[in-house]
Design a protein around this ligand. Sequence first.
Ligand SMILES: N[C@@H](CCC(=O)N[C@@H](CS)C(=O)NCC(=O)O)C(=O)O
Length: 234
Amino acid sequence: MTDLSAFPVTARWPARHPERLQLYSWPTPNGVKVSIMLEETGLPYEAHGVNIGRDETWTPEFLSLNPNGKIPAILDPDGPGGRPLALFESGAILQYLAEKTGRFLPADPAARYETIQWVYFQMAGVGPMFGQLGYFHKFAGREIADKRPLERYRAESRRLLGVLDGRLEGRDWIMGDAYTIADIALLGWVRNLIGFYEAGDLVGYGDFTRVAAWLERGLARPAVQRGLTIPPRD
Ligand SMILES: N[C@@H](CCC(=O)N[C@@H](CS)C(=O)NCC(=O)O)C(=O)O
């Protein structure tokens, strides 16, 4: 029987199936990357809701897994060498799961690095910029009279959508015919920008027809639909 009791996170979020991969997450654009990937791969896992609205990422138990206090994080009882592996940062988790399962990351070395490059594009560009736009457009930042931060993140988000739109010219997915972790990393963020953040008109989303078609293709995948709601909000 697998024993994960050495990991303090399991004291607050007990593992009912410790032999399965443990996911600690919340259905946000960063969180759903991992639940979508897990649904796509079919790996057995157990999802734990870490309610960010109640600051649960800042509890000692969660911080023991991710000192950066952010979802998502995983604990894989069957990590490298058969030993448990704890991991945070959604891009690293996507790469780990892709390598563990041999899915959604091309085997060819050049294509593999190209895919990882687009994952970094999401991690370092799209996520932070769209996130700031959400803050200044929809959340507390909208009260700020100085509109320069809003304009800065609006322009940068629009520019990034243009980069993505250019990449999708003549391609169904970011890597062409192959649906990869680069798509999984980006789908939830674009959906969130025009959905929850209500920033579609602001960034002129209608100009990016290839992005819109790609998002529709992604959202048509049953595993994406399931992953978007895991873990359920309580
Ligand atoms: N670079 C990190 C970002 C993770 C992140 O920002 N998570 C947010 C939710 S989308 C969070 O946990 N926020 C809670 C908080 O800051 O209190 C990743 O991709 O894993």
